[in-house]
Write a protein that binds this ligand. Structure first.
Ligand code: PEP
Ligand code: MN
Length: 341
């Protein structure tokens, strides 16, 4: 059972309900969302007085089952919900009026190439550097990532450029390894349904970049975000990266209609990955423009010093010059859409 407080409730109102539950012998747990708190009843016993609960000040409703409330807070409430702004390292932010671009190689390969890429994307206006060190590859014979060595390289790239670091975790053990190095922990498409991992990233404090599972519905996507928020971490950035369809001219079908729909029902920011979303370098710029136009909060783009030599995903990777052109190309459109780039 879950008690949904009004967005206008204060801490005192929430404490009052917790006390009320306590008096009834019911253990509870408060979850503070962006716009409201909800109180989850952990163990109910025979003394629960539902009517008293429902008539307590600023209680909006009492639901019989835990419901997806926080990730869908625009849909569930009648109060005004502000879009959430999430810190990206020390100088960036995701959400609000900013259009924030995360760029970098699919995989971290070596330090020189990483630093050269980081400098290039920082000069062009990226706010964060991406780079995988634990790689989810389809074949066990493909390059699997540099692991801890790669984390050290990412940390040095941050020192040299000031860019925030975004890198993927694939299992719970990775979380404690990556957390000290990264500014944002990425949960990839293959792991969107990995609930122990969602809980583990929810129990630490760094923001989480959650990619849509390639067969996930919007509801499943938001419920995966809910797992992270429910575990205690409200800083979730959603990422549309394309879904599997019968289509073959692209690696995935970039389902951009999800962007305005997420904006309608959720306060979470959502970005678009036109690299994995198309698998084709020449489609990155047009789909990035489409992402701005439909209201996305940013992009995740693969960039490498020499894409033809990249150890993974070269076909969907821009070189540094192409990335600079992309950023230039997006400026006037961002301005027209009232976004800062
Ligand atoms: C990635 O961004 O490095 C990645 C593996 O993407 P996805 O999880 O979307 O396949
Ligand atoms: Mn990739």
């Amino acid at each position: 059972m879950i008690v949904v407080m009004s967005p206008r409730s204060s801490r005192e109102h929430v404490d009052h309900v917790v006390q009320l539950l306590d008096d009834m012998g019911v253990r509870s747990c408060v979850i503070d969302g962006a716009s409201r708190s909800v109180i989850e009843l952990l163990e109910t016993n025979g003394q629960l007085d539902r009517t008293r609960l429902e008539s307590a000040p600023m209680v909006e409703r009492v639901l019989d089952q835990p419901a997806p409330i926080l990730a869908m807070d625009r849909a569930s409430g009648n109060g005004e919900v502000q879009p959430r702004e999430i810190p990206l390292g020390s100088r960036g932010v995701m959400g609000g009026r900013r259009f924030s671009v995360i760029a970098g190689p699919c995989s971290v390969e070596n330090e020189d190439r990483l630093i050269e890429t980081a400098r290039g994307v920082a000069d062009a206006g990226a706010v964060a550097l991406r780079g995988g060190v634990f790689k989810p590859r389809t074949s066990p014979y493909s390059f699997q990532g540099l692991e801890e060595r790669g984390l050290e390289m990412l940390a040095r790239a941050r020192e040299k450029t000031g860019l925030a670091i975004v890198t993927e975790v694939m299992c719970c053990k990775h979380v404690e390894k990556v957390e000290p190095y990264a500014d944002v922990l990425q949960v990839g498409s293959r792991n969107m349904h990995n609930t122990p991992l969602l809980k583990a990233v929810g129990e630490q404090t760094k923001p989480v970049l959650l990619k849509r599972g390639w067969s996930a519905t919007l509801e499943e996507f938001l419920l995966a975000a809910e797992y992270v928020i429910h575990a205690g971490n409200p800083n979730v950035i959603l990422c549309e990266r394309g879904i599997r369809t019968h289509e073959e001219y692209v690696r995935n079908t970039l389902a951009l209609a999800i962007v305005p729909e997420v904006k309608r029902i959720s306060s979470l920011p959502i970005i678009v990955d036109p690299s994995h979303g198309t698998g084709r370098t020449h489609l990155i710029t047009p789909m990035s423009r489409a992402a701005i136009a439909c209201g996305a909060d940013g992009l995740l783009v693969e960039v490498h010093t020499m894409p033809s030599r990249a150890w993974s995903d070269g076909d969907q990777t821009l070189d540094v010059g192409q990335f600079r052109d992309l950023m230039q190309n997006l400026k006037s459109l961002a301005h027209a859409c009232d976004r800062e780039l």
